[in-house]
Design a protein around this ligand. Structure first.
Ligand SMILES: [Zn+2]
Ligand SMILES: [Zn+2]
Length: 413
């Protein structure tokens, strides 16, 4: 065991565990992580790092310069989701918030970003306590708004690298419904590119009994949804993986009233820049053409609201990091994953400065519970209202993994 991990004692485990439960009980939506950021800043304050708050609103970057050597960036995300928690845990959330559409929504740390934040604080503490044993610079980044894949780009845009040095590597991890003590990784493209398009289709409202006097945006929307499914099935090769999902379709208020407009929310996934660009172009073509086919009097509004590139876990950097993690948990507990269709903006930070990113998933499930759930065919995964990592072993594991990965890149003192 390295010097840093010996610092994970009962007092630290209890304190970080309490902080985790506090974050879990008080989740905040993307770009609203004010209380969370205050808690992080409060935890960092006594450690002597150079702490910069308020980057892109709620983002935090903390730097510990500890002699000559490489710069290593450790990144955690802090935001929660509009999900009503059903875990029944004593520290379950009952929080609500106003979402970007002005709706009151329940809020839950259903993706486990509270775990990421707590583990990074734990790793920061261990690296501070063991600073005699290593040399270099560590940058800890607490990022807002991963769930809408906007926070990393926002932090870079708003001057992250005015405050922190360019790293040799960016390290990030995600808690996952795998047995605690296991790690999932993949060198190369790991998570999909994602883009989100909001569409407003314009018709002309009227009485449901007299469609000839109206221009029905509901039919226009329905035809658009169907036609969009032709992009992946008819325009891409079977070698190209992609998804086009219409997750939001809204129009009208009553059965016998033809509304003026209809709205679509469209989401894409892909694993290459070429396919990503093709999906965007094809979707725009279909949406405009279906509106024209309906005889729309006004062109549709198309707004690409957010998106992120493919998350690539740099192959060489991943190998170097995984060797250290294998020494910690055992090579047989590392699993190479297939590409993950979910998306993640952790890679954006390194991409902006030409630094490699290393990203891995670590298990947060009690092994027996995991085995039972898998046998029963209902594994509770991230974003589910009952997603609940097993706190203490998951924290200990996440802290040890992040600390070990950092030390794999820092010089020994
Ligand atoms: Zn998520
Ligand atoms: Zn997540």
């Amino acid at each position: 065991m390295n010097d840093a991990l010996t610092q994970w004692d009962a007092e630290r485990a209890a304190r970080i565990g309490e902080l985790y439960r506090d974050l879990h009980r008080n989740p905040e939506l993307s770009f609203q992580e004010h209380r969370t950021a205050a808690k992080v800043a409060e935890a960092l304050a006594p450690l002597g790092w150079d702490v910069r708050t308020g980057i892109a609103g709620t983002g935090i970057a903390a730097v510990l310069r500890n002699g000559p050597g490489p710069v290593v960036m450790l990144r955690a995300d802090m935001d929660a989701l509009p999900v009503r928690e059903e875990t029944g845990l004593p520290y379950a959330s009952t929080a609500t918030a106003t979402d970007p559409y002005g709706r009151e929504v329940p809020v839950m740390h259903a993706c486990g970003h509270d775990m990421h934040t707590a583990c990074l604080l734990g790793a920061v503490e261990l690296l501070t306590a063991a600073r005699q044993s290593w040399s270099g610079t560590v940058v800890a980044v607490f990022q807002p708004a991963e769930e809408n894949v906007s926070g990393a780009a926002a932090m870079v845009r708003e001057g992250l690298f005015d405050h922190v040095p360019v790293p040799a590597v960016v390290l990030a991890q995600h808690v996952s419904p795998m047995p605690v003590g296991t790690v999932g990784y993949r060198p190369g493209p790991l998570m999909a590119a994602s883009d989100t398009l909001d569409v407003v289709l314009y018709g002309r409202g009227g009485h449901g009994s007299s469609p000839e006097n109206a221009l029905d945006p509901v039919l226009m929307a329905a035809c658009t949804v169907v036609r969009l499914q032709g992009i992946v099935s008819r325009e891409l090769s079977m070698q190209d993986q992609a998804v086009v999902t219409v997750g939001r379709l809204q129009a009208g208020t009553k059965d016998n009233v033809i509304p003026d407009t209809a709205e679509l929310g469209i989401n894409t996934r892909s694993y290459s820049p070429e396919i990503r660009a093709r999906l965007k172009a094809s979707i725009e073509r279909v949406v405009r053409a279906e509106a024209a086919a309906s005889g729309a009097l006004k062109d549709p509004d198309l707004t690409w609201t957010h998106g992120t590139s493919v998350l690539v876990s740099d192959p060489d950097a991943t190998t170097r990091t995984l060797d250290a993690l294998a020494a910690l948990v055992g090579r047989d507990r590392l699993t190479e994953l297939a590409p993950v269709p979910a998306s993640e903006d952790a890679g954006v930070i390194g991409d902006c400065v030409g630094a490699p990113t290393v990203y891995w998933f670590w298990g947060g499930s009690d092994p027996a519970t995991f085995a039972d759930d898998r046998a029963a065919g209902h594994l509770v995964a991230n974003h589910h209202p009952r997603f609940a990592p097993d706190p203490e072993p998951t924290l200990a594991s996440g802290v040890a993994l992040m600390t070990t990965a950092a030390l794999a890149w820092l010089d020994r003192a």
